[in-house]
Every structure is written in C-alpha cells, then in structure tokens.
Design a protein around this ligand. Structure first.
Ligand code: EPU
Length: 426
C-alpha cells in the first residue's frame, strides 16, 4: 500500500466524480442478507472496506461478485446463513456490526465479534443492544463475542434512542422490517445513508414510514425479496473535494454528488470566502484568495458532519484568523491534530474544542494517517505545505476513498503513491 508523497504549492483545477457512499454501501451489503436470492447494488465505490465486507458476508454464506469496471455488486444469498462474524474481519472494519440486524432477523441468532474502540473513540453498542432486547432478543457477551438470540420471531417495540446513533438506527431498522407488528424508532438518525437503507429495504418489500425524519415507523412483513439498488453518493468524499479546493485554492467541479446533503459544509465554505455554485448532481467550489477561518460544531445530520471535521480543521489551519471547532460525536477525533501540528499548524485542544489559529503556510514533513478522514486531511494539508509531505499508514485512506491519488493528480496536485521502502528512506 505504500505511502503518499505530496509536493505542496499547486492549485487544484478541474473535475472529479464521486461514487456511492462507503457508509451506505457497507450497510446495503448487510441489508441484502435479509432476502434469499440475487440482489444487485450499483454505484459501488472500489474501496478496501467493500472488499472486507464482501469477505464477511461470503463467510456468512453469500456469494459476492464485484465488477470494479461497472462499480456493481451482485450478492447471491442462500436460504441458510452462518451465524458467526469472526474477529479477524470485524477488527478490520467496525461496520461489520451491520450484519447483526439481518442475522438476528433471519436466523434468530448471531455471534458477532465485539469490534472494540478505535482511533476516533470508544464507540459503544449499548443502544443497539437495548433496542434489540425490547424486541425480544437476549444479548450477552462472552470471550469477546456478542451473542444474540431470539427464541421466536422478533416482536415489534417502541424504542427511544438516547442519541440519534447511525449504527443503532440501522441495526434496529434491519431487525424490525420482518418483526411481528409495528416498530417505532424515535430519535432515529436522519443521515442520507439511513434514507438510502430505508429506500433499499422498501424496494425489497419492507414497509417503512417517516423516512428521513427522526421517527421511523416500521410495519413488519413476513419476508423480503431481492432488489436492485443504486447507492447514494458519498457526501463525505464530495465534501473532502470541496474542502480540498478551498485549502489549495483553485476551481473544482464535483460531479455525481447531491449538494443538498452538504448544504451546511458548502455554506461554511462560502463564509470562508469560496464561491460555491450548485446544479442538479454537481457543485463547483472556487477559491481565489486565502480563506477566512470558520467556526464548526459537529452534530448528527443535518448538523455539520464529524466526518468532515478534520478536513475543516485543516482548512482553518491555513486560513486568516482564528476559529473554534467543537467535536460532539467522537471523543478522540482530535487525535490527528498532533500530526497536523507536525506540519506547522497552530491548534490547541481543550476537551472537545479545538482552537485553530491560521498560518499562511504549512511545512512538509512525514506524518502518519490515524484514521480515514484524518488521513485524507493530512493529504490536503500536504497540498499547501512547503516542500514534501509523506503520509504513511495510507491503508486508512484506501478504506474509503476511491481513486484518491489519481483524482488529485488529475486536478493538478503533485502527489504519488510510493512504495514503503522508498518512503522509509525519505
Ligand atoms: N454510541 C454509543 N452507543 C451506541 C451507539 C453509538 O455510545 O449504541 C456513540 C458512539 O460511541 C459515538 C456516537 O454515539 O460516540 C455516534 O455513533 P453512531 O452510532 O452515530 O456512529 P457509527 O454508526 O458508529 C457512523 C459512520 C461514521 C460516522 C458516524 C456519525 C459508518 C461505518 N460509520 O458510525 O463514519 O462518523 O456514523 O455520522 O457508517 C467515517 O466514515 O470516517 C466514520 C467514522
């Protein structure tokens, strides 16, 4: 996988296209397990996490065929599924927990390795568990595995989430679509990826009301059927390109994105001094001068996405002025700031606030990607750093960004993937 070597100082100009959202497609692959037969998912990004999820659902018994040219997945689901998601795959990708809902719905039993925390936070599962227990599922944990079992068909329940958790909403949605009766999930997450899952489930015969609101009402049906579904565009990848244009300066048009899903981030870029224009499935960001720092507060959708927080800290780090960035979702998501500081950024962390004082220019250095968004942001920082920046541990970036390096090259960035032995000598 190597490292990325970036030579800073080039504006970005041109056009890029975004594919389907990582945080949707991984769950859509789990959703496919709910129906026996052949489901097709299109607009699939060619990223590591799709490969890992493919391996996971293959082990559960499905046949997975990914056509990387067509960006299309065909998932053939048998009548009988295995019940166990092993640690070797779950530890590589926390989204593996998404198979819990479909397995418990189809088999009445699931053994899922506990994913544990990760670089961005402790990442609890309590809301997933509490909701399932209300539906008649017994949940215990033993030897690092979460063991879930339901003696009979899941029963509908009224569930209030303490927090609009994306993962808990998804687990409970997938568990409830074939439960007995009408389930209500209140304070549900409203992310576009949740809407996408609801739309795919509806295409399979599920009956879900309140889609896109914080109250989901699910009338359980006896069984679902396979479908064909196109993945919603990746708003975080699109937002990363928008931030890249503002950080490096230039003129970038992003195709295949739904700008409605990014309104708050694009509005922040306008406040920062960018000229943002939108049309049906594209937007364009032009930045001629140095940006002005903008305050950010992350919140569940439609608030500012935590997955764009590192990119906007990077933007503030090279802007004029001072900004406060507040992170409300993941307690360790500022960890990457230590790497940004190695590039010369002036950022002070106080609890879940980061005070960022803009610097005119950063200074290239070797840095380590600690998670996917941190990794992408360090690359963006390298675009405006003097000299060379070397980002290692880029497997994090490969987890979720399709064609990141080649797209950046096409926009005029001086970036290449270098093999690790060479990287080590720099
Ligand atoms: N939480 C609990 N208990 C629960 C569930 C969540 O305490 O039962 C806490 C988490 O620990 C976290 C917060 O609630 O502090 C938010 O968690 P949420 O369940 O909403 O997030 P997730 O499903 O774990 C997904 C994305 C993240 C994205 C968040 C928020 C996937 C695979 N991951 O995580 O994406 O940041 O929603 O939008 O969909 C990324 O792509 O870089 C990424 C981290």
């Amino acid at each position: 996988m190597g490292a990325f070597r970036i030579s800073g100082g080039h504006h970005l100009t041109g056009e890029v296209s975004v594919r389907g959202a990582k945080n949707s497609v991984l769950k859509l692959m789990a959703v496919a397990l709910l129906a026996e037969g052949r489901t097709t998912i299109t607009n699939v990004p060619d990223i590591m996490d799709v490969t890992i999820m493919g391996q996971l659902i293959s082990r559960l018994g499905a046949t997975v065929d990914f056509d990387s040219e067509q960006r299309q997945l065909i998932i053939d689901v048998p009548a009988e599924l295995e019940q166990r998601a092993d640690y070797d795959l779950v530890r590589q990708m926390r989204a593996s927990i998404s198979v819990l809902g479909p397995l418990i719905a189809r088999l009445g039993v699931a053994d899922i390795a506990l994913p544990g925390g990760d670089a961005i936070g402790s990442r609890g599962l309590d809301m997933h568990m509490a909701g399932l227990e209300r539906m008649g599922v017994k949940v215990t944990s033993e030897h690092g595995y979460l063991l879930a079992s339901a003696p009979e068909r899941l029963r509908a329940a009224s569930i209030w989430l303490d927090f609009p958790s994306v993962g808990a909403t998804e687990t409970l949605l997938m568990a409830s679509v074939t439960a007995d009766g009408t389930t209500v999930i209140d304070n549900a997450a409203r992310e576009p990826e949740i809407v996408d899952i609801c739309e795919m489930l509806a295409g399979m015969g599920a009956r879900i009301g309140g889609v896109g609101t914080s109250t989901l009402v699910i009338d359980g049906v006896d069984a679902l059927h396979p479908t064909t579904h196109a993945t919603v565009p990746d708003r975080i990848v699109a937002g990363t390109w928008a931030a890249a244009a503002a950080i490096a300066g230039g003129d970038v048009t992003v195709h295949g994105a739904d700008y409605h899903h990014l309104e708050i981030a694009l509005d922040k870029l306008t406040s920062a001094g960018a000229d943002v224009t939108t049309a049906s499935d594209m937007f364009r960001v032009r930045m001629e001068d140095r940006a002005t720092a903008v305050d950010i507060v992350t919140l569940p959708y439609p608030g500012f996405p935590t997955d764009l927080q590192p990119q906007f800290i990077t933007l503030n780090a090279v802007s004029q002025g001072v900004a406060m960035v507040t992170e409300n979702l993941f307690e360790s998501r500022f960890k990457f700031v230590n790497e940004l500081v190695r590039l010369g950024a002036d950022v002070r962390i106080e609890g879940h606030h980061a005070l960022v004082r803009g610097r005119e220019r950063l200074s290239g250095a070797p840095v380590v990607a600690t998670d996917i968004r941190a990794g992408a942001s360090l690359v963006l920082a390298g675009l405006v750093a003097n000299g060379e920046t070397l980002v290692t541990e880029v497997h994090h970036i490969d987890r979720g960004y399709d064609s990141f390096v080649t797209d950046l090259q096409s926009l005029g960035a001086d970036i290449e993937r270098v093999p690790l032995p060479l990287a080590a000598s720099l």
